[in-house]
Design a protein around this ligand. Structure first.
Ligand code: BT5
Length: 292
């Protein structure tokens, strides 16, 4: 708790804070750090320390504050509710209380900071494996670069942020829809978003087991970030929703149509334009033409 930022409400206050929230929310078992820790291997790096907050603005901000304060690599910050959960370009991330897993990992990869961009691909593959462990039989697909889809709908968003320089750190924020029903999502997301519960046919899932599956898979894959990134990229490509499809690519400078060909060794996307030219898309936004 030494590192706990002032804006974050620790879990001990949960019962006092819960007055006035809906009965259904109260019925969902609260997330307990100990119940996640008990399911993790002793040797882990990811999830070495786990903090669960009842409410905060964004777990990415809490993890960044911990990073600046020198907290150890692998610290995981979960929040039951985020009041300012965000996606890329400051887009809103719906983080309904006790329905999902809203968490951020504090990392200090032993790589040149130019290679920290690998974290998005690593997280996408690790989370995809974690979802498949949590929900046996499901198939998790990656919509490059940072979304995970189940049954054609978005179930997870990933937001990587970093601070360069000496003492630099990276924060990997992961939002997993676990127990929402369709009606729990705002109207504009109901056709595009899903949860593990929806994908499994309706029964609520144990969020502790799901959190532990995600952390275990991310931990198991962490050495590959440094030593076998080609295998991570190969798996991301095999899981990709984009390959062989016509995309609309939006960059800050232009918008153009292109065919998704492959992932490059650094995790960026190689596309082929109508005139035959090949481009490498390192960031920005892609949408599949004729799709959501
Ligand atoms: C993302 O951004 O998908 C990254 C989301 C990262 C969320 C985690 S939660 C823990 C940590 N703390 C944070 O504050 N953030 C991270 P992007 O690709 O820009 O997608 C954002 C878009 O996804 C929105 O504009 C909506 O269309 C859609 N969206 C919002 N909430 C959603 C939800 N719960 N499920 C599915 N789609 C959602």
């Amino acid at each position: 708790m030494t590192f706990l930022p002032s804006a974050a409400k620790p879990q001990g206050e949960a019962s006092r804070l819960s007055e006035g929230i809906t009965q259904e929310k109260n019925l969902a078992p609260p997330l307990e750090a100990d119940a996640i820790l008990a399911r993790l291997p002793e040797s882990r790096r990811i999830g070495r320390t786990i903090l669960v907050l009842e409410e905060t603005g964004s777990t990415n901000d809490v993890a960044a504050q911990l990073g600046r304060a020198g907290a150890p690599e692998g610290t995981a910050v979960f929040a039951e509710c985020q009041t300012a959960g965000r996606g890329r370009l400051s887009r809103r991330w719906e983080s309904q209380a006790r329905r999902g897993l809203w968490f951020s990992l504090l990392l200090r990869p032993a790589l040149a900071q130019a290679d920290w961009a690998r974290l998005t691909t690593w997280a996408a593959v690790g989370v995809a494996r974690g979802l498949e462990e949590a929900l046996p039989g499901c198939r998790a697909a990656i919509k490059w670069p940072n979304d995970i889809y189940l049954g054609g709908k978005k179930a997870v968003g990933i937001l990587c942020e970093s601070a360069a320089g000496p003492g630099g750190y990276a924060v990997v924020g992961i939002g997993v829809n676990v127990n929402q029903t369709r009606a729990d999502f705002p109207a504009e997301l109901q056709e595009r978003a899903t949860s593990l519960r929806n994908a499994s046919g309706g029964a609520p899932l144990d969020r502790h087991a799901a959190a532990a599956a995600l952390l275990r898979q991310l931990d198991a894959l962490y050495p590959a970030l440094e030593h076998d990134f080609a295998a991570v990229v190969a798996e991301a490509q095999a899981r990709s929703l984009l390959m062989g499809r016509t995309l609309t690519v939006h960059t800050p400078c232009e918008t153009y149509a292109a065919l998704a060909e492959a992932l490059e060794p650094d995790g960026s996307l190689r596309v082929r334009c109508a005139d035959g030219s090949v481009r490498r898309v390192a960031g920005g936004e892609v949408s599949i033409t004729g799709w959501q």
